[in-house]
Structures are given as C-alpha cells and as structure tokens.
Design a protein around this ligand. Structure first.
Ligand code: HEC
Length: 245
C-alpha cells in the first residue's frame, strides 16, 4: 500500500509510540512544518489514554490476569504487549457497552450514535510496534464511501468518522481510552483541517478539544498528523489485514 509507511508510523503513534520517533518520522515523511513534533509531543505527554482512574466494568483478559496472579501480583506498569487479536476482540466485546455509555455523555456528533454504525475493521487493532492499545473505526451513513477512501476523494459534508479506544494493562484489566472523531463541515470551515472538525472526547465523556471549539488548540496536533494524508482528504484508514471487505 502506498501510504504504508505513514500509516504504520501514525498507527503506532496513536498507539503510543515515543515522541522522539514521531518527530523524526514525521520529518522523514516531509510534512511541511518547521517542527511538527512539538505540538504532538506536548499532547501525548499528557497521556490521555490513561485518564480513567477506575477500571471499566470488570473486563479482563483472563490469560494475562492469571499469569499476573500466578507471578504473585507484582507491581506492574503500562500496557500488556502480548495481547492476541482474539483476546483484544473479546476484550472489546466485553467492554463495549460500558465505553459506549461513557462516550454517550458527550453531545459531540457521533458520540451517542456510533455503536449503531458500520464498523470498518474486522477486529480491534493496534500497531505492530506497540502492542496493547486498541482502536476501532466506524462511519455514519453520509460517510458510506469511507471504505473506498483511496479512490473516493473528498468526503461529503455531514460525514462523521469515529474511532474508539481501549487498553489492556499488565494486570489483564481492560481500560477505557478516548474517543476520536472527525466531522466534515461546510467548505471554508477550516482550510488546515480540510474542513474536518477534529474532536477528542476523554474517557470520562468530556470534550477535551474540538477544531470547532472549545479548546481548538488542543486538537491541532490531530491536524498536524492527519495532514500527512492530505492526498486522501486527511483520512488514514487502517492496516489492510483488519479491513472489512
Ligand atoms: C501522529 C498521528 C496521528 C495523530 C496525532 C492523530 N491521528 Fe487520527 N489517525 C491516525 C492514523 C494512522 C489513523 C488510521 C489508523 C488508526 O485507526 O489508528 C487515524 C485514524 C483516525 C480516525 C478514523 C478516520 C481515518 O483517518 O481513517 C479518526 C476519526 C481520527 N484518527 C481522529 C483523530 C483525532 C480527533 C485526533 C486528535 C485528537 C487524532 N486523530 C490524532 C493518525 C493520527
């Protein structure tokens, strides 16, 4: 796939790759910014993936949980790195109602409805370079050409793309991540974002930032990365092996 490098790089970043690698790789991609790493670095350092302090409705990956218990419940940090595709998908099915109900506290487009939309990935997926955090991609009816984004060109006004996320920590607990959305606005809304409204909703259901306000600055880093996909209306889609056919 011709955007594979960008895609795998950026997937890794969404999954939590190191900030130095982000900056280096983005520069390598020739993104036209003086220092594209900066805003992204600041944003990722807040580690919004782990904002939800509590667990999530008691979903576990039993194998990891059992191994951790068998080891005497040691103090462990960070995400499990050996979650299989099947375990990730089972974890997602367990936690889905809970995460959907949390995002549903938000009034942003898609946050309440996306669970009823078409899911474009066959199973929860993450990047090869960083196991442990998972995402899923959904699109509304207006965006029904999302699956053909490489040929389709610009998405119509009213398109909503939604990506939910979760992690599995080294104790085998499933944790809720943020919700990422892109909403196609009227032409002229924002040139830099290709008229997409980028929105970040926290794992508590609050809007952390939106291109259409509030806190537009907090989601500038979304645009800085997504504009590497300018050729595809700022859409990256996902690794081919996870695409719904
Ligand atoms: C450093 C790169 C990077 C950053 C920063 C980033 N994304 Fe993405 N985004 C990607 C990649 C790569 C994909 C496709 C693979 C995936 O789903 O992880 C993607 C996919 C998406 C999708 C699904 C639509 C698509 O592009 O196919 C949405 C929605 C989205 N991102 C929203 C956001 C929002 C909102 C932010 C900021 C809060 C953000 N992204 C920040 C790289 C990034």
């Amino acid at each position: 796939m011709k955007n594979w490098k960008t895609l795998s790089l950026a997937t890794a970043i969404v999954g939590g790759m190191t900030t130095a690698a982000i900056a280096a790789d983005l520069i390598g991609e020739g993104v036209p910014h003086q220092n594209p790493g900066l805003a992204i670095e600041k944003e990722l350092n807040t580690n919004f993936f782990t904002q939800l302090a509590a667990s999530d409705g008691k979903c576990y990956v039993d194998r990891i949980r059992d191994e951790w218990k068998a080891a005497g419940k040691p103090k462990v940090k960070g995400w499990a790195e050996d979650v299989t595709d099947d375990e990730a998908e089972a974890a997602y099915r367990c936690v889905f109602n809970k995460i959907a109900s949390i995002y549903a506290k938000s009034d942003e487009d898609g946050a309440k409805e996306y669970g009823g939309w078409k899911r474009y990935n066959t199973g929860a997926y993450t990047s090869g370079t960083h196991g442990g955090r998972f995402v899923n991609s959904y699109a509304n009816a207006a965006a029904s050409n999302y699956g053909k984004f490489e040929e389709f060109g610009t998405m119509p006004v009213g398109s909503v793309l939604v990506k939910d996320s979760f992690g599995v920590n080294k104790r085998g607990e499933v944790r809720i991540g943020p919700l990422f959305t892109m909403v196609k606005m009227e032409k002229g809304f924002n040139e830099a974002s290709a008229d997409w409204n980028y929105v970040l909703i926290t794992p508590k259901g609050q809007t952390r930032g939106a291109t259409a306000g509030p806190n537009a600055k907090k989601v500038n880093f979304c645009i800085k990365c997504h504009e590497a996909a300018a050729e595809w209306d700022q859409m990256f889609f996902m690794p081919e092996e996870y695409r719904v056919q």
